[in-house]
Design a binder for this molecule. Structure first.
Ligand code: NAP
Ligand code: GDD
Length: 327
């Protein structure tokens, strides 16, 4: 039985990945921070078989302890401050958790492995946000990174530190440059879930409008359940490497709005949508579209959920949740 340690197990990807690994027969350990984390109950209900280990990416000794307890074959480092807008207001904290946290985990693995580079395989959750002001369309593994947010800068640090540990110590350390991926488990602060929730509530008469920022930003949106499969496949390769994971299609925020509102029978949706300066960012990533041919060829990975299916899945899920507020 293989053993895996997941940081960020209480997040969207951690929840999907934990179920994927359990379905493959892994013994799964999940790092949870804080003494009374409200998400603990959520992960316990979602996947009761996950063994919880307390720890924090800011606390190196807690990571070493988590490794000693879990004795993992594979570590998936998904823990991060992941909300881009928040990263301008909390730039140092974001740099420490999302950037230095990666170094803390890599160093803990190096010490735990006692320089046996084959002992633990490592996955780093890198991000298409690193492409920022994109230097090439579509973006691939070799595209020059030009981050546009403190979050993006921190991810670049973690990305290169992962490559550096692979090259310096021969560690099996892979970095997945994942483009935006969503699901009904997405946090409500991200634009897709903010919209699916509001559309459900507007359809049910629970609210009348939604305030958003830039509706013209374009993202390559996929389904989180598909993307955690790519993470796992990366760690099953003989050689560690870096891979872009994306659908290869891009859509503007207003296209997401159109499909979501149309799905609940509202065609004149503009009257429900307001733009509020507070949701515009100091620097925007205008366009993301990924070229995932390397992942498709080497990992045999491909997305299974279309953009329309994704939007409708999220709206349907929020309709079910919000109906409970009507009863
Ligand atoms: P998420 O839902 O925001 O989850 C983030 C996780 O990190 C949560 O479990 C959170 O724990 C944990 N965390 C925060 N601070 C921590 C700390 N100091 N120590 C340990 N854990 C900490 O993010 P996600 O969407 O699942 O994304 C997973 C990873 O992939 C992140 O690194 C993200 O930056 C990256 N990524 C995401 C996407 C995407 O589109 N979803 C794309 C590219 C890369 P709490 O529950 O306690 O807050
Ligand atoms: N969150 C949010 N809220 N975004 C809005 C809003 C709003 O009210 N209005 C417009 N947007 C625009 C943002 O300006 C951005 O261009 C786009 O919608 C997507 O924003 P988010 O959903 O917050 O995601 P993100 O692209 O900034 O970051 C996500 O994807 C990255 C990968 O590219 C996060 O999951 C990151 O952690 C991840 O690395």
């Amino acid at each position: 039985m293989k053993r895996a340690l997941i940081t960020g197990v209480t997040g969207q990807d951690g929840m999907y990945l934990s179920r994927l690994l359990l379905s493959k027969g892994y013994e799964v350990f999940g790092l949870v921070r804080g003494q009374n984390n409200p998400k603990l109950e959520v992960i316990r209900a979602w996947a009761p078989e996950v063994n919880i280990v307390t720890g924090d990416l800011l606390d190196p000794s807690s990571l070493l302890r988590a490794l000693n307890v879990s004795q993992p074959d594979e570590v998936y480092n998904l823990g991060a401050i992941s909300f881009v807008a928040y990263s301008w207001e909390n730039a140092q904290l974001t740099s420490q958790v999302t950037g230095l946290g990666v170094l803390n985990m890599l160093e803990a693995i190096r010490l735990y492995s006692r320089d046996d580079a084959s002992k633990v395989r490592f996955y780093q959750a890198s991000s298409s946000e690193m492409f920022g002001r994109v230097q090439e369309v579509p973006q691939r593994e070799t595209t020059l990174l030009w981050p546009r947010s403190p979050y993006g800068v921190a991810k670049v640090y973690g990305h290169y530190m992962t490559i550096n540990y692979r090259e310096s110590y021969g560690m099996h350390a892979s970095s997945g440059i994942l483009f935006n991926h969503e699901s009904p488990l997405r946090g409500p602060e991200f634009v897709t879930r903010k919209i699916s929730r509001a559309v459900a509530r507007i359809a049910l008469g629970l609210q009348n409008q939604i305030s958003l920022g830039n509706l013209d930003a374009k993202r390559d949106w996929g389904f989180a359940g598909d993307y955690v499969e790519a993470m796992w496949r990366m760690l099953q390769q003989d050689e560690a490497d870096d891979y872009v994971v994306s659908t290869g299609n891009t859509h503007a925020v207003r296209e997401y709005l159109d499909i979501a509102f149309t799905h609940v029978g509202i065609s004149d949706w503009e009257q429900h949508v307001f733009q509020d300066p507070q949701f515009f960012r100091p620097a925007e990533v205008d366009l993301l579209i990924g070229d995932s041919s390397k992942a498709r060829e080497k990992l045999g990975w491909e997305p299974t959920v279309s953009f329309r299916q994704l939007v409708e899945m999220m709206v349907d899920s929020d309709l079910e949740l919000e109906k409970q507020n009507v009863k």
